[in-house]
Write a protein that binds this ligand. Structure first.
Ligand code: TYD
Length: 139
C-alpha cells in the first residue's frame, strides 16, 4: 500500500452560491470537484459527543466528508504520522484517499457528516484492525 503524504491533504472548498436577496446559501458538488465518480452517499447523525466513528482504513475506496451541519474532527493516519482536521462548514470538505486510517470524533450536537464515496459498500475493502493497517503499511 502506497505512502500517503498527509501534507497534501487539505480541506477542499465547495462552491457556494449566496442568495443576493438574503435567502441563504447553497453549495453544489459537480463531478469535476472529485477525482472519482460518486457511487454511494451515506451520512452519520445523532452521534453522541463521546463517540469515535471510523476506526478503519480502505484498501481502494476514496471518500469526501462534509460537515453539512455542526462540527466534528477527523484524525488521519498514514501509518507514520497523524493529522487532525476540523470540519465545521458545509462548504468545506475533506477528501480522504485510499490507504489512510481515519477516526471521526468530537461530534457537536446536531452534527451531520455527509460522505460521498467512490464504491459500493464492500466489507472486503475495509482494514478494521489498526495493527493490521500498520503491518500492511510497513510491508
Ligand atoms: P461502520 O463502518 O462501523 O461505520 P463508521 O465507520 O462510520 O463508524 O459501519 C457501521 C455499520 O453499518 C456496519 O455494520 C456496516 C454498516 N454499513 C453498511 O451496511 N453500509 C454502508 O454503506 C456503511 C458505510 C456501513
Amino acid at each position: 500500500m502506497n505512502y500517503v503524504n498527509l501534507d497534501a491533504i487539505t480541506l477542499k472548498e465547495i462552491p457556494k452560491i449566496i442568495a443576493e436577496d438574503g435567502r441563504g446559501n447553497l453549495s453544489v458538488i459537480e463531478k469535476e470537484l472529485l477525482p472519482y465518480e460518486i457511487k454511494r452517499v451515506y451520512y452519520l447523525y445523532d452521534v453522541p459527543s463521546d463517540s469515535i466513528r471510523g476506526g478503519h482504513a480502505h484498501k481502494e475506496l476514496q471518500q469526501f466528508l462534509i460537515a453539512v451541519a455542526g462540527s466534528f474532527s477527523v484524525v488521519l493516519d498514514n501509518g507514520k504520522e497523524r493529522k487532525t482536521f476540523h470540519l465545521n462548514r458545509p462548504n468545506k470538505g475533506l477528501l480522504i484517499p485510499s490507504g489512510v486510517w481515519r477516526e471521526l470524533e468530537n461530534f457537536s450536537a446536531g452534527a451531520v457528516c455527509l460522505s460521498l464515496v467512490s464504491a459500493a459498500y464492500d466489507e472486503e475493502d475495509y482494514i478494521r484492525e489498526y495493527a493490521n493497517f500498520k503491518s500492511i503499511k510497513r510491508s
